[in-house]
Ligand binder design. Sequence first.
Ligand SMILES: *[C@@H]1O[C@H](CO)[C@@H](O)[C@H](O)[C@H]1NC(C)=O
Ligand SMILES: *[C@@H]1O[C@H](CO)[C@@H](O)[C@H](O)[C@H]1NC(C)=O
Ligand SMILES: *[C@@H]1O[C@H](CO)[C@@H](O)[C@H](O)[C@H]1NC(C)=O
Ligand SMILES: *[C@@H]1O[C@H](CO)[C@@H](O)[C@H](O)[C@H]1NC(C)=O
Ligand SMILES: *[C@@H]1O[C@H](CO)[C@@H](O)[C@H](O)[C@H]1NC(C)=O
Ligand SMILES: *[C@@H]1O[C@H](CO)[C@@H](O)[C@H](O)[C@H]1NC(C)=O
Ligand SMILES: *[C@@H]1O[C@H](CO)[C@@H](O)[C@H](O)[C@H]1NC(C)=O
Ligand SMILES: *[C@@H]1O[C@H](CO)[C@@H](O)[C@H](O)[C@H]1NC(C)=O
Ligand SMILES: *[C@@H]1O[C@H](CO)[C@@H](O)[C@H](O)[C@H]1NC(C)=O
Length: 221
Amino acid sequence: MASFHLFFACLITCPMFLFTFPCAAANQKVTLSVYYDSLNTSCATFIVKNLARIFEDDLMTILNLRLVPWGEAYANKSNNSTAICQHKPDGCKLNSLEACAIDVMHDVNKHFALIYCIEFLAIEGRHNEWETCFSSLGLPKNTTLDCYNSSNATKLEQNYGNETMHLNPPLQFVPWLVLNNQPIGNDYENFTGYVCKAYKGKIAPMACQSVHLKQKKTTDK
Ligand SMILES: *[C@@H]1O[C@H](CO)[C@@H](O)[C@H](O)[C@H]1NC(C)=O
Ligand SMILES: *[C@@H]1O[C@H](CO)[C@@H](O)[C@H](O)[C@H]1NC(C)=O
Ligand SMILES: *[C@@H]1O[C@H](CO)[C@@H](O)[C@H](O)[C@H]1NC(C)=O
Ligand SMILES: *[C@@H]1O[C@H](CO)[C@@H](O)[C@H](O)[C@H]1NC(C)=O
Ligand SMILES: *[C@@H]1O[C@H](CO)[C@@H](O)[C@H](O)[C@H]1NC(C)=O
Ligand SMILES: *[C@@H]1O[C@H](CO)[C@@H](O)[C@H](O)[C@H]1NC(C)=O
Ligand SMILES: *[C@@H]1O[C@H](CO)[C@@H](O)[C@H](O)[C@H]1NC(C)=O
Ligand SMILES: *[C@@H]1O[C@H](CO)[C@@H](O)[C@H](O)[C@H]1NC(C)=O
Ligand SMILES: *[C@@H]1O[C@H](CO)[C@@H](O)[C@H](O)[C@H]1NC(C)=O
């Protein structure tokens, strides 16, 4: 796994490493929103094992990835809509921290690297060591913690909570993936195929060509 951290560290520090796919028409990008809870094992596993792959191939060239760290928490209306989480209070804290990471580091390569690192620790039951992720990846701890310790964190979570609770059709479990406003449901681990299908651009990225091959092989059998 150390190699994976290295991979992200490289992704952050050497943008040249990124696939410079002939600018997949930006307006045809597919929007994938991932509604998740930072300390839910299904979510952590999905992020580390499945979602991280989009940074290894060229799927990101057609994808607008949105991470929504709230999950199945609900807002306590009688306490200024404060979140009540599945895994309180740690889950709420890490959801807020990840919300701040997204807000402070707009670059998806950066905030995903941090979230990946925290979720990797969560799988190992070491989520308390989240602060080490900043130094191991060389990401800005101060600005993220300033947000985390301020009312900005509350505000961000209130917005994510409101968005999650207004989903139509509503969220049924986590991780809950929504592709261009359509939920993927149970088959979320296979989101790549759905992304490729939803993409209407002319030049399919390589990641989609291999998906087609796989599907052909299985139908040929
Ligand atoms: C919601 O907030 C109120 C007061 O602000 C508190 O009494 C109540 O226990 C909270 N509910 C939960 C489930 O934490
Ligand atoms: C209300 O929410 C705050 C966090 O914003 C928390 O510190 C406090 O304990 C909550 N109050 C109650 C009564 O649950
Ligand atoms: C981060 O904050 C610490 C103390 O809170 C300070 O010593 C350090 O210089 C800050 N680093 C940056 C890069 O702002
Ligand atoms: C809070 O958010 C505002 C507006 O997005 C930003 O200007 C400010 O720097 C943030 N403050 C902290 C402490 O993150
Ligand atoms: C913010 O909160 C963290 C964790 O609770 C704490 O370690 C840190 O000192 C705080 N940072 C600032 C700048 O207040
Ligand atoms: C409720 O939360 C908002 C941030 O979303 C904050 O500005 C406001 O001060 C809070 N109100 C109370 C009573 O804590
Ligand atoms: C909550 O979300 C709904 C639907 O997305 C939106 O219309 C509404 O303005 C939001 N409310 C707040 C307080 O952000
Ligand atoms: C994660 O969420 C799913 C459903 O959304 C739930 O069935 C499962 O028990 C949760 N896992 C943990 C470890 O809380
Ligand atoms: C994902 O797709 C593969 C092959 O198409 C299938 O075998 C698998 O059951 C699917 N996974 C889920 C969770 O549906």
